[in-house]
Design a protein around this ligand. Structure first.
Ligand code: MGD
Ligand code: MGD
Ligand code: MO
Length: 889
């Protein structure tokens, strides 16, 4: 096998840039003077003790034995962003909005207008009035929550849940369905293999170390992506990956770029044209079949539909496509046919674990990529054997750490949302542009609501949505009021009408768990400093808004945050008292020994009769009857290579493929304002990783500014020229904050001004962020410095003559009418479902899945939600009665 040696690489990689930076660090054993207090807290970046001097957070001390690899984000980023000038100090209203809140608010000036400082009462009254006017004029459906997920902070009381809880009490609002992360596979894989897979625990690492010979990373970068976690990371997998490597496991990385994982584990790099993994896996399947290396017994026992898949593989399908030979795939993937055969034979002859990441399915026809991997692994008879098989979450949540099976803390109930209109998470622009239009998702037909108000909390939708310019055009054409609740002047604050300053968890109390999958610790997030400026915590903001709308009690149930935190702790499987836990900041939960032997799909492999998969057939589906029934245009019933809307195979001369992976030094847009970004930024802007060949062709040198552009937009970034990315592909991390120059180009490097909003397919309606072509050239006309990380202009209240007469708005009376629909009682199972099972990464409504799919999904969902047997029964009854196919049951 051809090995790419490290010697040849240029020195402009992430690792070398980080090594050259100097950070002020408190070691875990540092001793402090009497003027200093240490307060336990925890974050997406790790658990820590906050070092506080005279009420000021001066540093962060990582916890010995609890963080195997503290990152720069923890050590320096947390402090740096807390006191950053981009904190929102006071409630703010966009000037033109405040001048005429019920009339022409000049939405075209969003992002350009100065903001005006107002009181909390005024900001919340304007918000409540906008909510009620929207309901009165257009119905509750017309309010849209873009708060699709929960990345805001690592605590249990996340803003999007609190938002759902409040709006449920006043008649509801339109919400999202699915997510950005794995939107395609979370719809397709339950049909194919009986679970979403993407949010499920992986085989325990010891089984890999003992049994695996070849570990295949497919667009998978656990070294980078496990730097953060949805809860609190402890980075325990990092030394274990090294152990696995030291045990002799060979790593192969199929990726257009050589990643941090590849470097750490010395992986062999197979360069692939983005969005063509399906073609590669089909060709390996072809080679395996035509050389008689497939395991027919395994196919017969564990799969259905191979007979319907085979004609396509051999070029005998009615669709008229050629045989999927290695030569056919070579022209698509850019991988030589000889290499494809070599890989297929290696995988056929060695105990192989396939680790597919989510990046590949955030693409046009993304569903096909994971399916093709499953098809090859099935033909090789691997799924469910120790050390072998498929896993789609190795890069996430400490995948590979053994699972405790214990109950961690959970926050408040999201409550019941009386409004049933939903928008797939990444279809925001399409929804705004097409009110009432029908769309399909997972075989059902639904309708987009007619939206006139957007309420966003703890999400950065102006940053995370693809094709930012389209989004802003759509939003400004019809949305009267945009409210954003966030601690910072992030993109969504900059483009909002009303900005409600939330404080960070450092400024209040919360509770969280450690290890997204392992769930073996509970952490206290204790208040560290006083709230910044006039910022309030999310619970308090919604409580006050609830007060104006007459539903304060329904929202709080008379409880304070501390009451809820204690309740959350009481429901965990920890063994120490709350007082002791709160004092030390952490409580451990033991992991049973047998968890160390756990193999994903192992039960199914051992006894498929007793442990069928939760697919329609109980087996792995290589032909999916449900898809055949759905008759979607873009999702055939077998895994096929379908040409993406944009890829190198249909690029115009000069175009490159732009991939936008998740950032090394940030969590999406979070931390982009922190000092640590200086380490990787170039000329204060985001950087693009560019191949030596592409740079040379365009006369670009390392460190130059370049302009990247297509029909959708343009941005300016710094060039990092490297031989760690293949020719024809450039890579720009998502999450830089947006700042437009006079020509409308993003002068900061926010990638989504370039990406397409085309849906992955009519099956999943997920995003296709990694399907993007663009041009680039050296930029000679950049306009001054990047101003994205400065606050906007702020005017004083006296400069605006409009006065808000809060009493005259009669908010409570109007709210009373609006909420009558919301008073129905919830069933116990319903309450548990909304309370414990819908925080993130799981479908929000029982009707999102069939009964059978729920049987599969709940296997990993129940333990994570920490339900007792009795509670599981109640939730299951609720799901059975309200599942997608409940009527036919
Ligand atoms: N091009 C491209 N685009 C992508 C992706 C990609 O790969 N490529 N990935 C997609 C994916 S998978 C995801 S998950 C999304 C991520 O998109 P988001 O989830 O929107 O990402 P974040 O930047 O983490 O946004 C969280 C927001 O919460 C705020 N916040 C932090 N703490 C608090 C708090 O205590 N209270 C409140 N109210 N707010 C708080 C932060 O300041 C930040 O603005 O992006 C998607 N977009
Ligand atoms: N440090 C950090 N870690 C994170 C996050 C973060 O913001 N920062 N976000 C978290 C979240 S919300 C999510 S959803 C996950 C995302 O997890 P993923 O979606 O799996 O990860 P990405 O970082 O987007 O991309 C990983 C790799 O995919 C490659 N890639 C892109 N397109 C293709 C393709 O078509 N084929 C192949 N073979 N490779 C391709 C890229 O070159 C990149 O190296 O990460 C999580 N972890
Ligand atoms: Mo994500």
């Amino acid at each position: 096998m051809t090995m790419i040696t490290r010697r040849g690489f240029l020195k402009t990689t992430i690792a070398t840039a980080v090594a050259g930076s100097s950070l002020r660090v408190f070691s875990p054993s540092e001793a402090f003077g009497a003027d200093t207090v240490l307060i336990p807290h925890a974050s997406h970046y790790g658990p820590f003790k906050a070092v506080v001097q005279n009420g000021v957070l001066v540093g962060v001390q990582p916890l010995k034995n609890y963080d195997a690899m503290p990152t720069e984000m923890l050590l320096d980023g947390v402090v740096s962003r807390t006191y950053h000038p981009t904190r929102v100090k006071y409630p703010m209203v966009r000037r033109s909005y405040l001048e005429n809140p019920r009339g022409d608010t000049r939405p075209e000036l969003r992002g350009k207008d100065p903001f005006v400082r107002v009181s909390w009462d005024e900001a919340l009254a304007l918000t409540a009035d906008a909510i009620l006017r929207t309901i009165e004029e257009h119905g509750n459906e017309a309010i849209f929550s873009s708060s699709y997920g929960g990345w805001s902070h690592a605590g249990s009381f996340r803003p999007q849940v609190l938002q759902g809880r409040l709006f449920g009490l006043i008649g509801g609002h339109s919400v999202t369905t699915g997510d950005y992360s794995a939107g395609a596979s979370q719809v397709s894989l339950p049909h194919i293999i009986g679970d979403m897979e993407v949010y499920s625990p992986q085989s325990a690492w010891e089984t890999v170390m003992k049994h695996t010979e070849v570990f295949v990373l497919i667009g998978c970068d656990p070294w980078k992506n496990n730097r953060i976690e949805f809860t609190v990371p402890d980075h325990q997998m990092y030394p274990l990956w090294k152990k696995i490597r030291a045990a002799g496991v060979k790593f192969i990385s199929i990726n257009p770029q050589y990643t941090t994982t590849d470097e750490a584990l010395d992986a062999d790099w197979v360069k692939i044209v983005p969005n063509t993994d399906t073609a590669l896996f089909l060709a390996m399947a072809y080679h395996v079949y035509t050389t008689g290396r497939h395991d027919q017994k395994y196919l017969d026992k564990y799969t259905v539909g191979f007979d319907k898949f085979l004609p396509y593989l051999l070029g005998k399908d009615a669709d008229g496509t050629p045989p999927k030979t290695p030569e056919w795939a070579a022209s698509i993937t850019g991988i030589p046919a000889e290499k494809i055969r070599e890989l297929a034979e290696l995988f056929a002859s060695r105990r192989t674990q396939f680790a597919g990441a989510w990046s590949l399915q955030r693409a046009h026809h993304g569903e096909m990529s994971h399916w093709a991997i499953i098809a090859l692994a099935s033909m090789l008879g691997k799924i469910g054997k120790p050390g072998e098989g498929v896993g789609f979450s190795w890069h996430y949540g400490g995948g590979g750490m053994p699972v405790s099976g214990k109950r961690g803390p959970v926050g408040l109930s999201q409550g019941r949302n009386p409004v049933k209109t939903r928008c797939p998470a990444s279809r925001i622009s399409e929804m705004l542009l097409n009110p009432g239009k029908e769309y399909t998702r997972d075989g059902s037909t639904m309708k987009y609501p007619d939206v006139h108000m957007i309420y966003n909390a703890g999400n950065n939708f102006v940053s995370h949505q693809q094709d930012t310019n389209e989004l802003l055009r759509a939003m400004n054409a019809k949305v009267h009021t945009v409210v954003n609740q966030d601690p910072w002047w992030c993109a969504s604050s900059r483009y909002a009408d009303i900005v409600l300053p939330a404080n960070t968890t450092l400024e209040r109390n919360d509770i969280s768990s450690g290890g997204t999958y392992s769930m073996d610790k509970v952490y206290a997030l204790r208040q560290v400093i006083e709230p910044y400026g006039e910022s309030l915590d999310d619970y308090e903001i919604f409580r006050r808004l609830g007060g104006m709308l007459g539903v304060e009690f329904g929202f709080t149930e008379g409880k304070t945050m501390m009451d809820w935190i204690k309740e959350a702790y009481a429901n965990t499987d920890t063994e120490i008292s709350f007082e002791e836990f709160w004092e030390t900041g952490v409580a451990d939960m033991s992991v049973p020994d047998e968890a160390r032997e756990w193999v994903r799909h192992g039960d199914f492999y051992t006894d498929p009769q007793a442990n069928p998969l939760h697919t329609q057939s109980g087996k792995i589906e290589l032909y999916c009857e449900a898809f055949a029934r759905f008759k979607m245009n873009e999702c055939p019933p077998i895994p096929k290579f379908l040409e993406p809307a944009e890829y190198l195979g249909n690029a115009k001369p000069g175009q490159v493929h732009v991939v936008s992976p998740h950032p090394y030094m940030r969590l999406h847009s979070q931390m982009a304002n922190a000092s640590i970004n200086k380490i990787l930024n170039i000329q204060d802007r985001e950087f693009a990783l560019i191949s030596v060949e592409d740079a040379k062709e365009r006369g670009v040198s390392d460190g130059d500014l370049i302009e990247v552009y297509n029909d959708r937009g343009a941005l300016i970034v710094g060039a990092r020229v490297s031989d760690k990315i293949m020719k024809g592909v450039i890579s720009i991390f998502e999450g830089a904050w947006i700042s437009k120059d006079s020509k409308g180009r993003c002068n900061s490097g926010a990638i989504n001004v370039l990406t397409t909003s085309v849906a992955s397919s009519d099956l999943s309606q997920a995003n296709s962020a990694n399907t993007c072509l663009a041009y680039f050239r050296k930029c000679e006309d950049a306009e001054g410095p990047n101003r994205a990380y400065e606050p906007p202009r702020i005017d004083e209240r006296e400069t605006v003559s409009y006065q808000t007469d809060i009493a005259a708005l009669t908010l409570e009376d109007r709210a009373f009418k609006a909420r009558s629909a919301a008073t129905e009682e919830m069933l116990p199972g319903e309450k548990l479902f909304y309370q414990r099972c819908t925080l993130c990464h799981v479908a929000r409504e029982p009707s999102d899945h069939t009964v059978l799919q729920w049987y599969g999904i709940t296997e990993s969902m129940f333990p994570r939600a920490g339900l007792t047997d009795e509670e599981r029964k109640l939730v299951m009854e609720f799901l059975e009665a309200n599942a997608k196919d409940a009527a036919v049951k």
